[in-house]
Design a protein around this ligand. Structure first.
Ligand SMILES: [Fe+2]
Length: 190
């Protein structure tokens, strides 16, 4: 289940309805897609993942005009991981949608709305499907475990190049993930 945080308003959303409703107002599609039992074992190949989720992938392709899908697999042992992450943790946008169905691990999107609304963070985990529309200013960080495996869908692979804004907006936000172990502090006296 994704968590949305809006630092400027000092608030968080963690209930499915609230998360989806907030993101919808910001033009971002969010869907909770239970990982479920798709017959996948730990260490399943990318092809096995694509086969296991083929019904969902086909549905998304039909809805969004996506023509191809792949699996991105990042872990602490990934070669040149820091260089890879540096491509995405600075504010940027793409000519096509950024669609991710998280299969394993976690990650953190920050969204910088074009209408001047507050920057907000979306922490995604396995079973979350997110679509960040083309042109949306955003940046992405891994969580401290540096692990994510996600199905990506593309309208045109060549279009998925980051265009950097160089706004510096990304510098003002901590890439904080709380993860499943996080429990908000109890109210005083509780
Ligand atoms: Fe991106």
């Amino acid at each position: 289940m994704a968590v949305v945080r809006i630092p400027e308003e000092n608030r968080s959303l963690s209930d499915a309805g609230g998360v989806a409703a907030y993101l919808a107002t910001r033009g971002i599609d969010y869907e909770r897609w239970a990982p479920g039992d798709r017959g996948l074992t730990a260490g399943a190949t990318a092809d096995a993942i694509l086969r296991a989720y083929s019904d969902k992938i086909d549905q998304l392709k039909a809805q969004g005009g996506y023509v191809t899908a792949d699996v991105i697999d990042v872990n602490p042992a990934t070669p040149h991981l820091d260089a890879m992450l540096a491509r995405f943790n600075a504010e940027h946008w793409h000519d096509e949608d950024e669609v991710r169905l998280i299969v394993e691990g976690r990650g953190l999107f920050h969204i910088h709305p074009a209408d001047g609304g507050p920057v907000f963070a979306i922490e995604v985990e396995a079973g979350d499907l997110i679509r960040v529309p083309r042109g949306t200013h955003h940046w992405f960080d891994l969580c401290s475990d540096r692990r994510i495996r996600a199905i990506r869908l593309f309208q045109d692979v060549s279009g998925w190049t980051p265009h950097y804004t160089n706004s510096g907006a990304d510098k003002g936000f901590q890439p904080l993930c709380f993860g499943p172990q996080y429990f908000p502090p109890s109210p005083a006296g509780a």
